[in-house]
Design a protein around this ligand. Structure first.
Ligand SMILES: Nc1nc2c(ncn2[C@@H]2O[C@H](COP(=O)(O)OP(=O)(O)OP(=O)(O)O)[C@@H](O)[C@H]2O)c(=O)[nH]1
Ligand SMILES: [Zn+2]
Length: 206
């Protein structure tokens, strides 16, 4: 391990101490996987890999320990009753079936409640992260985001559209790189044809 690696791992100690993730357990498991595939976990290139994977999993699965309600607690009274949409939120998640990434973009919109409960725009992107940083399937990711919006902001309606490439379908298995999966979840007034069409045209940029 180089001094640079040392520094990086040391800098992360504070975050590790605060995280409920059991890193030593991940390290033991990764060492076992390396042995099971016929590798030598003690060779130079691999000897720090269990530690690196444990650190990486702490980040990749950090959403399991974050509460969307805390995130959406800050609201403003803006007297804005029209649609708010943040589109093209790029994110990475982890397929819960194969533990490989799926990644793409999320489009998140809502129509604020009559009393004007509006959240900060960045919170919509943070909400995507909270649910993406967990073992996931795309459908559940989509509905969890829309339902968190409905519960916490009590908007008149909400829409989430997600487009992803799943590496479990690209690099292995059926091997179809570039295939995109699109999911959507719509609640409240956004289920009405005209409003939904307006949201979809904003999302598609037409
Ligand atoms: N519905 C849904 N399926 C997913 C998602 N991510 C991965 N999958 C699918 O989960 C399925 C798991 O199928 P299995 O037959 O149990 O596993 P497998 O033998 O590895 O399947 P193949 O990928 O077809 O080789 C596969 O069809 C994947 O494409 C997701 O987000 N949503
Ligand atoms: Zn998969």
């Amino acid at each position: 391990m180089t001094d640079f690696d040392d520094d990086l791992l040391a800098a992360d100690d504070t975050a590790a101490a605060a995280s409920p993730v059991d890193r030593p357990r991940i390290e033991r498991a990764v060492r076992e996987i390396l042995l099971a595939i016929g590798e030598d976990p003690d060779r130079d290139g691999l000897k720090d890999t269990p530690q690196r994977v444990a650190k990486s999993y702490t980040e990749i699965f950090s959403g399991l320990h974050q509460n969307p309600t805390d995130l959406l607690a800050t609201t403003f009274d803006l007297d804005h009753e029209e649609m708010v949409l943040v589109k093209d939120i790029a994110f990475y998640s982890t397929c819960e079936h194969h533990l490989v990434p799926f990644h793409g973009t999320a489009h998140v919109g809502y129509i604020p409640s009559h009393d004007g409960k509006v959240t900060g725009l960045s919170k919509l992107a943070r909400l995507v992260e909270v649910y993406a940083r967990r073992p996931q399937v795309q459908e559940r990711l989509t509905t969890q985001i829309v339902d968190a919006l409905m519960t916490n902001l009590e908007p008149r309606g909400a829409i989430v559209v997600i487009e992803c490439e799943h590496l479990c379908m690209s690099m292995r298995g059926v091997r179809k790189p570039g295939a995109k999966t699109v999911t959507s979840a719509v609640r409240g007034q956004l289920r009405e044809t005209a409003t939904r069409a307006e949201a979809m045209s904003l999302i598609l940029g037409r």
